[in-house]
Design a protein around this ligand. Sequence first.
Ligand code: PBG
Length: 341
Amino acid sequence: MNMENGGQGRQGGFPTTRMRRLRYHPGVRKLVREVAVSPANLVLPLFVRPGEKLRQPIGAMPGHCQMSPDQLPAEGKEIAGLGIGGVILFGIPAAKDAQGSDATSESGIVAEAVARLKDAVPELLVITDVCFCEFTDHGHCGVLAERCGQMDVDNDATLDLLARQAVVHAKAGADMVAPSGMMDGMVGAIRGGLDFAGYEHIPIMSYAAKYASGFYGPFREAAESAPKFGDRRTYQMDPATAIGQALREVELDLAEGADLVMVKPALAYLDVVRAVAEKYPGVPLATYNVSGEYSMVKAAAERGWIDEQTVAMESLIAMRRAGAQIILTYWAKDVARWGNG
Ligand code: PBG
């Protein structure tokens, strides 16, 4: 060691400052951690379809399955027992039609699933996805009309249906509704519908900034909701638009009454998560760690190329570090079992 050079350090550089001092001792490493992923902040998506004693594995999402409503009480008890924040329900109806009728029916699959869950596990927070793509025979997120010479989702005609769907969910016992269709005015319409029906206490978590993403691929198998023609680019956001557009989406949803907002997908959009968190520090922010983000880790881990737990935790930590309080993730149960180590 060159003692004559000791003064150098006092100006702040090496060797006085050694960042590794914060890393040698595992206890120090633990002490200086700031970001934690707690099961209480996670929401687990569940896929429900009509049937009995059904647990149909989803090929593209190892570890997940479509289940019949009779499976939900045991499933819900396990989830609640693990301390997970809640579940979000997606339904695959017995029959689809142009209007997505099952979605607005009090005997529809989601209404049945909510009732079964709340009856068996009242303490479990049950959120419902409010959208039509799983219920329409054409696979789009609302009813269709011709526009500019092609069939497209009719925004305003869909709003009334979304409000009815949300009320059906609330009536069945849903604790929160989460509109994901990216229709203009959807939050206001749903808020109006819920309030009019006496559910003014039910919060809305809006998928406020939802991008048209290739990362939803495996979900479309899970929810059987792939569009039969075209794509969702006339309603979901273009990944290449300025972040300011995401901020406008959030601002509008808040003005219409959203209580919580979401950015989706998560990993490729952490800049958007950060921007929303900074601009709206008082608004609970969720991000959706979507199916493709899960499946690509699963696939690589199956080949032995990466370690699932390490990569999953690293991804979830990044989402929290970017500013998301809540994460919707297919790893919710795994996180609870892995612990925070
Ligand atoms: C639409 C909806 C989608 C997802 C959640 N809600 C699919 C889509 O927009 O095509 C995707 C979730 C995932 O990929 O995990 N109801």
